[in-house]
Ligand binder design. Structure first.
Ligand SMILES: Cc1cc2nc3c(=O)[nH]c(=O)nc-3n(C[C@H](O)[C@H](O)[C@H](O)COP(=O)(O)OP(=O)(O)OC[C@H]3O[C@@H](n4cnc5c(N)ncnc54)[C@H](O)[C@@H]3O)c2cc1C
Length: 377
């Protein structure tokens, strides 16, 4: 089949690589002239690897990622460093971490050079007809996949957009420039309306993220100074990680998710995929994982199908993916609210609850989230 994909983010590229391997003719429209992964590090859980394996991409991504996070002591700490919930390495869920730009490069390498049409904005038809308008010209396809991210124009044109919701907090992300040692601890530290997360990367650099509950739209002239004020008194090695990161490389994004869950992921011969379909807060670390599952589901369902089967294939894709992602979208939001608790009483209650949770309970919840297999074609 001739298939167009709008957006060369993680979701669009995984779908493109899988479809290309299966012999489809694929064109990926990417409006950026030099598409690259915006962001620092990324964690992918077992479900993402089950999906990558279904597309023959698992080994390539394992090679550029590390399972070190699962081998360190992790869980949640207080700013003093006192552990609230510890996940012993033996019980850690199957998680791997990597640099986003390495993932992006590995996925681009799977595709023939001409597949990605860089610097080309693709506009979908509002009827869901399989055409893409590029610079005023219409290109015809059998299927259009819109993987155009959180602010998806396709979602709006297809009448599936319920708007965005500000999650109430902003996030900074960074990767240290020097290689260093993390002793034997990773995980998250939760304060009042603030969090700091530590994730090892393959080359002994460290990916970290920090959050703060604030009104959206603020900017930092000096992120080091802001972060030092917010996290300077927090436990080792938080201060050192911030100092070991070039200030100009620190990213700051206000966090949004979809205000309402779409009533459908499809419109005639068009399908939403990834954040375009189900943008969620990053609190469960599942946004990219779900985009990869979407891609594996669609590619698998298309195996052995003909153009006349597309209505059935897209109907199954819609049912399977909405059922899977709706709960994760909702749980991510709830987790964000709990983690960003800011009042003194709310913070105390949250910390007491965390101390009372047995590690096995947290492990079971994460195992359930990761329990996913691609559908039968
Ligand atoms: C702070 C933070 C931390 C996160 N951490 C994790 C994590 O650890 N694990 C995880 O699984 N997820 C994580 N996520 C979520 C994850 O980053 C996203 O879910 C994922 O990147 C979505 O990929 P996507 O391909 O759907 O969209 P995007 O990556 O947004 O890609 C969309 C692409 O479409 C292009 N585009 C848009 N419109 C057009 C158009 N009209 N024509 C052509 N091109 C277009 C854009 O330029 C872009 O390249 C995190 C998110 C945040 C904000």
């Amino acid at each position: 089949m001739r298939i167009a994909i709008i957006g060369a983010g993680i979701g669009g590229l995984v779908a493109a690589a899988g479809l290309h391997t299966d012999g489809h003719e694929v064109a990926v429209y990417e409006r950026r002239a030099t598409p690259q992964a915006v962001g620092a590090g990324l964690t992918l859980f077992g479900n993402a690897f089950a999906a990558l394996d279904a597309l023959g991409l698992g080994e390539a991504v394992r090679e550029i990622s590390t399972d070190a996070a699962g081998r360190l002591r992790s869980g949640q700490r207080q700013p003093s460093g006192r552990w609230l919930l510890t996940l012993p390495p033996s019980e850690a869920p199957s998680v791997r971490s990597l640099h986003r730009s390495d993932l992006h490069r590995a996925l681009v390498d799977q595709l023939p050079g001409a597949t990605i049409r860089r610097g080309q904005e693709g506009i979908v038809s509002s009827t869901g007809a399989p055409v893409v308008v590029v610079a005023g010209c219409e290109e015809r396809y059998d299927l259009v996949i819109a993987a155009d991210g959180l602010r998806s124009d396709a979602r709006r044109r297809w009448g599936l957009d319920g708007g965005l919701r500000y999650a109430g907090y902003t996030a900074w992300r960074g990767v240290t420039t020097s290689r260093g040692h993390l002793a034997d601890e990773a995980g998250e530290t939760w304060g009042a309306g603030q969090r700091f997360g530590i994730v090892p990367l393959p080359d002994r650099r460290v990916y970290w993220f920090a959050t703060r509950s604030v009104a959206p739209g603020k900017d930092d002239a000096d992120p080091h100074a802001t972060l030092r004020t917010l996290f300077g008194q927090w436990h080792h090695p938080i201060g050192e990680l911030i100092e070991a990161t070039a200030p100009e490389s620190i990213l700051r994004h206000d966090i949004y998710d979809l205000a309402g869950f779409p009533a459908s992921f499809i419109r005639h011969r068009g399908a939403l995929l990834g954040d375009a379909a189900h943008a969620m807060t990053p609190d469960l670390g599942q946004g990219a994982g779900q985009a990869i599952e979407d891609a594996a589901t669609l590619v698998t369902l298309l195996r052995g199908s003909r153009v006349q089967d597309l209505d059935t294939v897209l109907g199954r894709y819609d049912r399977l993916r909405r059922a899977r992602t709706r709960g994760i979208w909702r749980r991510s939001r709830t987790m964000g609210r709990i983690a960003q608790s800011s009042g003194r009483t709310a913070t105390r209650l949250r910390d007491a609850a965390l101390r009372a949770v047995p590690a096995s309970f947290a492990v079971t919840a994460m195992d359930r989230l990761q329990d996913w297999a691609p559908p039968r074609p």
